[in-house]
Design a protein around this ligand. Structure first.
Ligand SMILES: Cc1ncc(COP(=O)(O)O)c(C=O)c1O
Length: 391
């Protein structure tokens, strides 16, 4: 046998990148046959034109790699959509990248733009993948807490979080998990700080159509002077309910896009070809009304779940967008949010996620996140189970 070494080991970062709490709640929920409001898998209908077109693409032999940055008609339809909906004007030949989901878009952007030790500021509560992406690249996430329940930003705290090592700010609007939709005024202040400190702004807009009570989606890249420093990341996972297809995209100034595309190529080669075809069809054929209906449909789901949470005494923070709600579960037995989440699942069959998954510094112990991207009958079953819960 060889000489004993300590080389057969995990990397130093591995123990810090834990299995997401969301996945473990999903496993436990499946074991108990409960209703899974833990994971953001939308099991709502996929538009049939999108399905038919992907199936046709497979039959037509579109089963090989595409160009590294994605199919030309898809990049063109993304550029048209961004001009129409987001007010962002990009060249589909050099400023749009089709990615294996928004997740891969963020990963490739970070690989291309940042170095180990660079700091990136993000808002708390945060989406765990944002933090873990930074950590796995040996970068330093810096969380700026938003005010509990109102999710207002303290711009003094934001400014104080920026140091000479800061390279970027990450924003996510509409936001997972708190449902905040950033206002134009907030983005203007964030943009001014990014400009003052010469930072990139990475914006995850995956929930851009999930807007409630008439709220407007603002893309920060559309603000004056922000196009060059903003990397806009979005995708079709949520909009077309195709989380398993892995179709996302990223738009950035051509100064950055080529390099981001190389890193995406290195890790994913390209997004799945037949699903790129299905996505073009969806983007080209679905009318504006499809997206408006999405918002209406999800607002009804939000109201259904929030009213059940209210009834059982789990005061919800009413989300302005996206499809999650944070609720106060302090009345559920358990010393920690994780224990509370497990107790609630055991007693009601409803899985949610412990709030601590979205906060640092011991915050979030009284909170759970519930996802309402569910078929109405499943959501109703979850609401009934919650209402019958006796504390
Ligand atoms: C904020 C946010 N960004 C990105 C994603 C994942 O997007 P994709 O499926 O396109 O990788 C999610 C999924 O839950 C999300 O909540």
């Amino acid at each position: 046998m060889g000489i004993a070494t300590e080389k057969l080991r995990l990397s130093e970062i591995s123990p810090r990148i834990m299995q997401s709490e969301i996945r473990s709640m999903t496993v436990e929920c499946d074991r108990l046959g409960g209703v899974n409001l833990a994971q953001g898998v939308c099991d709502t209908e996929v538009p049939s034109v999108v399905i038919e077109s992907a199936i046709k693409a497979i039959h037509d032999g579109h089963n090989i790699y595409t160009r590294m940055d994605g199919l030309t008609p898809l990049r063109e339809s993304i550029a048209r959509k961004m001009a129409h909906y987001n007010g962002i004007h990009v060249d589909p030949e050099s400023e749009v990248l089709v990615t294996s989901g928004a997740t891969a878009g963020l990963y490739a952007a970070c690989l291309a733009l940042f170095d180990p030790g660079d700091e990136v500021v993000l808002f708390e509560p945060f989406y765990g993948y944002h933090v873990n992406t930074l950590l796995s690249l040996r970068m330093q996430p810096k969380a700026v807490p938003m005010a509990m329940h109102t999710w207002e930003i303290d711009f003094g705290v934001l400014r104080a979080a920026i140091t000479p090592r800061t390279r970027a700010i990450i924003v996510n609007s509409p936001s997972n998990p708190c449902g905040k939709v950033f206002s134009r005024a907030e983005f203007e202040k964030i943009a001014a700080l990014a400009d003052e400190h010469d930072l990139f702004l990475l914006t995850d807009e995956i929930y851009e159509y999930f807007l409630f009570d008439g709220r407007e989606h603002i893309s920060p890249a559309s603000l004056p002077g922000m196009a060059e420093r903003t990397i806009t990341i979005s995708g079709l996972s949520k909009t077309f309910s195709i989380t398993g297809w892995r179709i996302g995209y990223l738009a950035a100034d051509k100064r950055w896009l080529g390099s981001i595309a190389y890193f995406h190529d290195l890790t994913y080669v390209c997004a799945p070809t037949p699903f790129q075809y299905g996505s073009v069809t969806g983007l080209v054929e679905l009318p504006d009304n499809f997206y408006l209906q999405l918002a209406t449909e999800y607002q009804a789901k939000r109201d259904m779940l929030c009213s059940a949470l209210q009834d059982v005494g789990f005061t919800p923070s009413i989300p302005q967008g996206a499809y999650y709600v944070l609720a106060d579960v302090s009345a559920v037995p358990g010393a920690t949010a994780r224990e509370k989440a497990r107790n609630l699942l055991a007693q009601t069959g409803v899985a949610g996620v412990a709030g601590t998954a979205f906060f640092t510094g011991g915050r979030g112990e009284e909170i759970m996140r519930f996802c309402f991207a569910k078929r109405d009958e499943d959501l109703q079953r979850a609401c009934d189970a919650l209402r019958s819960y006796r504390i």
